[in-house]
Design a protein around this ligand. Structure first.
Ligand code: V47
Ligand code: SF4
Length: 387
């Protein structure tokens, strides 16, 4: 019992650490000092899971107490036809084979929104392939149509991969394009398309889409318009720890500048049916290390999210002990982007009651939030749930 207490108490675990570097890093964290690039690499290379768990859980607790957030959202994937050819992607069909893919019209997408008319969802997450015929005007009309039908629905849409392509095609600047979309109802950006920023890896896994500078430029422009956004990392393939830290460093710097990021979302590489199927997936231990180091490195990001459909429900529960304070949403739909890559959940869907139970099972207080983390409902004292 004493040993368990020592190993979950961050002060004790730092005191007992014999490695000089880790002790120094641990003390920095306990003193709320920022850790350096080299510190981040050392944590990945040398720290035990117990050390990372104790410290990342402590940081999470400082920021959010016992709260674990979730939201009620649904996804729309306008198309899986894509002009790009990312090697890790199991989802897209090249434009040359577009007959194998799907393309939704504005009306199709509005009908999906209408399916949720009497449900208390707060957010629609729109992301898909990059289809050459779905242009800026198409999406302006889509956003206007959604907002006319349901003005209170938050539209979280498009990665810089889609936006960069759409703006170049429409011959507008990033600022102009973002402003037009924002006026039409575009509220925030999800975190996708970031993958690994470092060109050594990016050029091997997704050479033809927007680069790191372009990705960051679009998020910066969104933040300057007052929009918020998320950021992801696609980890656990051919990258090294240095590449992960480089990625987080670039995001941390932009966050220092704008403060516009809501949450950081590590996405585990899955290897089913893609051009990187020869690359093994990493272990659950590596997953927990990724979450913990992210929590320790990204000191200016309020939230760390585990996307449960990718990890599975049990592993998602485990991440809550490694710095995670958010489990994304109820995702009551047929999201294909992950099931096609071999995610744990083939039909990702959880009711609010199931998600709340999942969080309560690990003794956390479930809080439903909107996209911007305003509290909608605190479920900590609810024993009977009403949907
Ligand atoms: O950028 C594609 C990833 C991302 C694979 O902001 C893969 O709330 C693993 O960013 N293995 C898009 N991952 C999805 C995304 C996202 C998801 C949930 C919530 C939010 C948010 C954002 O999906 C892509 C890419 O990194 N992805 N293929 C794969 N084989
Ligand atoms: Fe296209 Fe996105 Fe797949 Fe890359 S990850 S091929 S940009 S759908």
């Amino acid at each position: 019992m004493l040993i368990v207490q020592q190993y979950s108490n961050p002060t004790e675990i730092v005191r007992l650490t014999t490695n000089f570097d880790l002790k120094k890093i641990g003390n920095k964290i306990l003193n709320n000092e920022r850790i350096s690039f080299d510190d981040g690499v050392i944590l990945f290379e040398k720290a035990s899971l117990a050390f990372l768990g104790a410290l990342s859980n402590w940081v999470r607790e400082q920021k959010h107490g016992n709260k674990t957030y979730f939201n009620r959202n649904f996804h729309i994937e306008p198309t899986n036809v894509c002009v790009f050819s990312c090697k890790f992607c199991s989802y897209s069909r090249l434009y040359a084979h577009k007959e194998e893919g799907w393309e939704l019209s504005i009306n199709d997408m509005l009908n999906i929104v209408k399916k949720y008319d009497n449900q208390p969802v707060t957010e629609v997450h729109i992301v898909g392939g990059v289809h050459p015929k779905m242009n800026l005007q198409f999406f302006i009309e889509l956003f206007k149509a959604i907002k006319t039908h349901r003005p209170d629905l938050h539209i979280k849409a498009f990665t810089p991969v889609e936006l960069d392509y759409i703006f170049k095609k429409a011959n507008v600047s990033i600022e102009e394009g973002m402003s037009l979309l924002h006026k039409a109802g575009h509220d925030s950006l999800p975190g996708g398309g970031a993958e690994i920023f470092h060109p050594e890896i990016r050029n091997k896994i997704c050479a033809d889409k927007v680069d790191a500078a372009g990705w960051l430029k679009i998020h910066r422009a969104a933040h300057r318009l007052g929009m918020h956004s998320n950021a992801t990392i696609l980890y656990g393939h051919i990258e090294k720890y240095e590449h992960r830290i480089d990625h987080m460093e670039q995001l941390r710097q932009l966050q220092d500048e704008t403060g516009g990021f809501n949450t950081f979302i590590p996405l585990k590489f899955r290897n089913k049916d893609n051009d990187m199927s020869n690359v093994d997936e990493v272990s659950i231990i590596e997953d927990m290390k990724m979450y913990a180091v992210a929590r320790l490195y990204m000191d200016n990001f309020s939230h760390l999210k585990a996307y449960w459909p990718m990890l599975g429900r049990k592993n998602a529960q485990l991440t809550l002990n490694f710095g995670v304070d958010d489990l994304d949403g109820t995702i009551d739909d047929t999201t294909k982007i992950y099931s096609m890559a071999g995610s744990e959940e083939q039909n990702p869907s959880l009711t609010t009651e199931q998600l709340v139970t999942l969080i309560k099972q690990v003794k956390r207080d479930p809080v439903e939030r909107d996209t911007l983390y305003n509290t909608i409902k605190d479920y900590s004292n609810e024993s009977v749930l009403v949907e």
